[in-house]
Design a protein around this ligand. Structure first.
Ligand SMILES: [Zn+2]
Length: 501
């Protein structure tokens, strides 16, 4: 293990006091934060090291950098295996004929329910080697954007592959699976069962056991129900029992679309959050995703439960979702004390990262309320770090505080954007973005330096991904994209994988 001193950086702690140090130091000993503060404060901790530990000390000069806690992306889906479909890589170049998708304009929930049900089967079709190659590349793009902990919320991939990819990349992942056993069908009153509930629950048990057996410290488990429309009451009751017995958090999408409540009332007799409450899933273990369309009664129930909320404001406009701004629900609940965090959600193409989500939260919440201090940049940082860490029930990540795991992000903040600017995070959110991330540490270990992976061959990550994409797409989706992939392979490994511009 090691002793590392990061000195003279602008340090945003996202700790209980949300401390910001204009010139701060962070001492890391054996993967955990031993001290954080001014040079004098941390200097005394360095002086107290034994001679043997002092001899191991390495120093990072962060004079031109801003130091942030590693980002905790607690609502994410791994879906990069679907890149070669008509909605993504095979789209026409022009966007002029685009029409809204199933999430747009209030949403088409029957299509969403059907798509979420089908997603569970696609993951089963992936070979283990394909699943791992896709997971490694997909998760690397998140690490590249400063995410040190991913919260899987159901993926078109296998949980074992996500766990193995996390260990290969040296990042943290709270793995899940796309638990679904029903679909809402517009032609039937009752939801149609699509899978054996006991079999789904057995896989959830396996997930819990797999994470419990992890010795890397990088992998945990959080069962999810893909969507409140895709879960029978039996599955919900079983999930509540499993998460209680294994002491796990739980996540699901709920009140995500304007049209959702009408459909859940028709097929289940009640709205989504009320279902969760009746199934014993509305507790402080729950991270409820999106939530823009909770009615007033549901808002009171959520507030009383201690559940948290995750929103993905940077991608809503891209998909035509309106969770943040059509209603005042999220802003109202946040004001009332609900822990609201930001996340990226998932897509087969790279889409806005955590810095972009922070910018959207800062801008969106403040614009909605007409108060520039409704969500300050440092609040937005907490929404991307310490708040989602608590939602994942992982208390020793998400802030730069003594005793916490040393998951850190360093960004160069010394160019024209930062001239005479005391508030580096403000300019980073205004004019910067995910490709600006320079260095990432997980548990004190450097996994990204100068924007490039450390100890991982990025060219191999990319070519293994393209191979897996080709084999899966031709075998399972009847897509022959060989010419497209040939041209992608011919392009030299872009430096753009490393830094913007
Ligand atoms: Zn989602």
């Amino acid at each position: 293990m090691s002793v590392l001193l990061i000195q003279d950086g602008r340090v945003y702690t996202a700790d209980d006091r949300n401390r910001i140090l204009a010139s701060g130091c962070v001492l890391v000993v054996d993967g955990r934060i031993a001290a954080v503060g001014t040079a004098a404060e941390v200097g005394s901790a360095v002086a107290a090291l034994s001679p043997e530990r002092s001899a191991e000390l390495t120093v990072i000069d962060a004079n031109r950098m801003t130091v942030l806690p590693g980002f905790v992306n607690a609502h994410w889906h791994e879906t990069f295996v679907l890149r070669l479909t008509g909605q993504y890589a095979l789209r026409p170049v022009s966007d002029r004929s685009d029409t809204g998708g199933m999430l747009s304009g209030g949403g088409r929930p029957y299509e969403v329910s059907a798509a979420f049900d089908a997603s569970a089967d696609l993951a089963e079709l992936m070979r283990p080697d394909e699943a791992e190659a896709v997971a490694r590349y997909s998760m690397w793009t998140q690490l590249r954007c400063g995410v040190t902990t991913l919260g899987d919320t159901g993926s078109v991939n296998r949980p074992e592959a996500l766990a193995n990819a996390a260990r290969a990349l040296g990042m943290r992942c709270v793995v899940s699976l796309w638990a679904a056993d029903a679909v809402c069908d517009p032609n039937r009153e009752k939801p149609r069962r699509t899978r054996d509930t006991e079999a789904v629950l057995a896989r959830v048990e396996d997930l819990a056991r797999m994470a419990a057996a992890d010795t890397s410290g990088l992998v945990r488990a959080r069962p999810s129900a893909a969507y409140v429309t895709n879960m029978t009451d039996e599955l919900g009751t079983g999930l509540a029992e499993v998460i209680e017995r294994h002491d796990l958090p739980f996540v699901t999408h709920v009140a995500a679309l304007r049209t959702e409540a009408e459909m859940t009332r028709r097929h289940f007799g009640r709205t989504g959050l009320r279902r969760l409450a009746e199934l014993s899933l509305l507790t402080d273990r729950l991270m409820a995703v999106h939530c823009g369309f909770l009615d007033e009664g549901e808002q009171r129930m959520l507030l009383a439960s201690g559940a948290s909320i995750s929103v993905s404001p940077a991608k809503y406009g891209c998909t035509g979702e309106t969770s943040l701004t059509e209603t005042s629900t999220i802003a109202t609940l946040r004001k009332a004390g609900v822990a609201v965090s930001v996340s990226t959600d998932g897509s087969p193409l790279p889409h806005p990262g955590m810095l972009e989500a922070m910018r959207a939260a800062w801008n969106g919440f403040s614009e909605r309320t007409g108060d520039p201090n409704e969500v300050r940049p440092s609040d937005a940082l907490a929404m991307a770090t310490s708040i989602p860490a608590r939602g994942l029930r992982w208390p020793d990540i998400g802030s730069i505080a003594p005793g916490n795991l040393a998951d850190l992000v360093l960004v160069r903040t010394d160019d024209w954007r930062y001239l005479l600017q005391p508030r580096a995070l403000e300019s980073l959110l205004m004019l910067g973005g995910s490709p600006d991330i320079d260095t990432v540490l997980v548990g004190g270990r450097t996994v990204l330096r100068d924007g490039g992976a450390v100890g991982v061959d990025e060219d191999a990550l990319r070519s293994d991904y393209l191979d897996a994409l080709e084999s899966f797409s031709s075998r399972c989706l009847a897509v022959d994209a060989a010419p497209l992939l040939r041209s992608a392979r011919r392009r030299p490994a872009p430096r753009g994988d490393r830094r913007a511009g």
